[in-house]
Ligand binder design. Sequence first.
Ligand SMILES: NC(=O)c1ccc[n+]([C@@H]2O[C@H](COP(=O)([O-])OP(=O)(O)OC[C@H]3O[C@@H](n4cnc5c(N)ncnc54)[C@H](O)[C@@H]3O)[C@@H](O)[C@H]2O)c1
Length: 252
Amino acid sequence: MRLQNKVAIVTGAARGIGAAIAQRFAEEGAWVVATDIAAAGEEVVEEIAAKGQKAVFFQGDVSKAADVQALLAFAKETYGVPTVLCNNAAINVPGSVIELEEEVWDRTMEVNVKSMFLTGKYIVPEMIEAGGGSVVNMASANSFAAEPRLSAYVTSKGAIHMLTKQMALDFAAEKVRVNCICPGWVDTTFNDAHADLFGGRENVLKSISEFQPIGRTIQPVEIANVAVFLASDESSAMTGSAVLVDGGLTSK
Ligand SMILES: NC(=O)c1ccc[n+]([C@@H]2O[C@H](COP(=O)([O-])OP(=O)(O)OC[C@H]3O[C@@H](n4cnc5c(N)ncnc54)[C@H](O)[C@@H]3O)[C@@H](O)[C@H]2O)c1
């Protein structure tokens, strides 16, 4: 049990990678506060609780300060002060800077980046007071390499990489570690709209070995396993790190 009795907030936990992280955290003994803008997060925590593990759901929008404050209050009331925070929620609307509407650009920065400012602003002080904690941010292979017609998304993921390093510096002395995971192509519906621009998901997956050398998609649990490691004390000397879990994608 690598996260025994640690209170852990996981954002964007209603499906995909976030749901897998909530499940793996709970399996490792964490008391999970799953949050998502979508109500389907309730089903994720029901499945976890059915296995006798601990998880509750809070519905909210991580880009809104009031929701983040309410999430923290709910977590403290239910399980206690969170010492693990996994910032995973994001959106991905494809388009070049010519194609994207200004509102889409702004919304992408709010959901993907401002959310991490807000959770840091309100939750990190509690971790410091509790004696330390671990923040795990979901970045991307796109934090290192851009892609055509993905202007807002790759910019947001570049920003997350740098915010991770910046927060690591600010809070290292107070024992709050901040790291990020940089996945390659993971098997969720997240990339579907992007894939549609290139002949559809099935078409893109046919040529996967051309861009992701392991020759297959990555499973959400393969990202969640790395999140467990970064959240746990096993990674106690790591802060400011960007861990690539990209099947070799950025090695090409
Ligand atoms: N799937 C991939 O190939 C891939 C690759 C690299 C990085 N990532 C990153 O992994 C993370 C999870 O991606 P996924 O593939 O599981 O996507 P997903 O779309 O399946 O899940 C994202 C979740 O975030 C939630 N969400 C969106 N806006 C929100 C908001 N304002 N407040 C709260 N919740 C919100 C959604 O409802 C959804 O449940 C994202 O940060 C994504 O950028 C994914």
